[in-house]
Design a protein around this ligand. Structure first.
Ligand code: GRF
Length: 219
């Protein structure tokens, strides 16, 4: 197997997507090694969880920096210092400058809890319910400077049920996120996701439907 890609995971809170990636990375054939976890919020619960798993985890408190650029310079130094090749945003709730995003061009992924390009930004579930959509879901995409945009690596859909609340829909989507991100990251890190213009094409030779991480599942 090719050398594992070193990733840095960016979080801001609970870190449940981070945990799904940590669990996937324990599998021997998973093409990723988690070099570090960074949170912009010192109180993020995910930091303790990462440390408990033996992963270097640091807080870089954005409030301590005079500008977005100064914060990002510190973040960038931490990532590059840890030998990170691929940045994986998992509930990282901080807008990034175009300069920072471009410096990680085609080497930064994000997960968003909607079927992009619908419902970019915050309060996605409330807006999906208000719009009356019947299908919701989540998207893993390559990060581009414009918020919640960039080539789509993978998506998962879930139904919106009558009587759903923001909480019940969020929980259903989150369960899908936990399955989608390990799959999408595996595809991307193994070179199986080829960016062509603003689209991603999966290299079918690297997509194995028998893989337990394969999405969508065959059933
Ligand atoms: C997830 O729904 C993610 O898609 C969104 O924020 C939430 C983060 O949850 N951007 P967690 O911190 O991974 O538990």
């Amino acid at each position: 197997m090719a050398a594992k890609k070193r990733i840095g995971i960016l979080i801001s809170g609970r870190g449940s997507n981070m945990v799904s990636l940590i669990e996937a990375a324990r599998l021997p054939d998973y093409p990723v090694e988690i070099a570090c976890v960074v949170s912009n919020r010192p109180d993020a619960a995910g930091l303790d969880r990462a440390r408990a798993e033996g992963i270097p985890a640091i807080a870089i408190d954005h409030k301590l920096f005079p500008s977005r650029e100064a914060f990002e310079a510190e973040l960038d130094a931490a990532l590059r210092g840890a030998g990170v090749e691929l940045v994986v945003c998992a509930g990282f709730m901080r807008k990034m400058t175009a300069g920072f995003v471009e410096s990680w061009r085609d080497a930064m992924l994000n997960i968003h809890p909607s079927l992009l390009p619908s419902f970019k930004g915050l309060d996605t579930h409330a807006r999906a319910l208000a719009a009356g959509v019947k299908v919701a879901g989540c998207t893993v995409h390559v990060v581009r400077p414009e918020l919640d945009s960039g080539p789509i690596v993978a998506q998962a859909a879930v139904p919106v049920l009558d009587g759903d609340t923001e909480e019940s829909l969020a929980a259903r989507v989150l369960a899908a996120e936990h399955r989608l991100y390990p799959h999408a990251l595996k595809l991307f890190a193994s070179g199986g996701a080829v960016i062509s213009g603003e689209r991603v094409e999966a290299d079918q030779g690297l997509v194995n439907p028998a893989d337990p991480l394969f999405w969508p599942p065959l059933d």
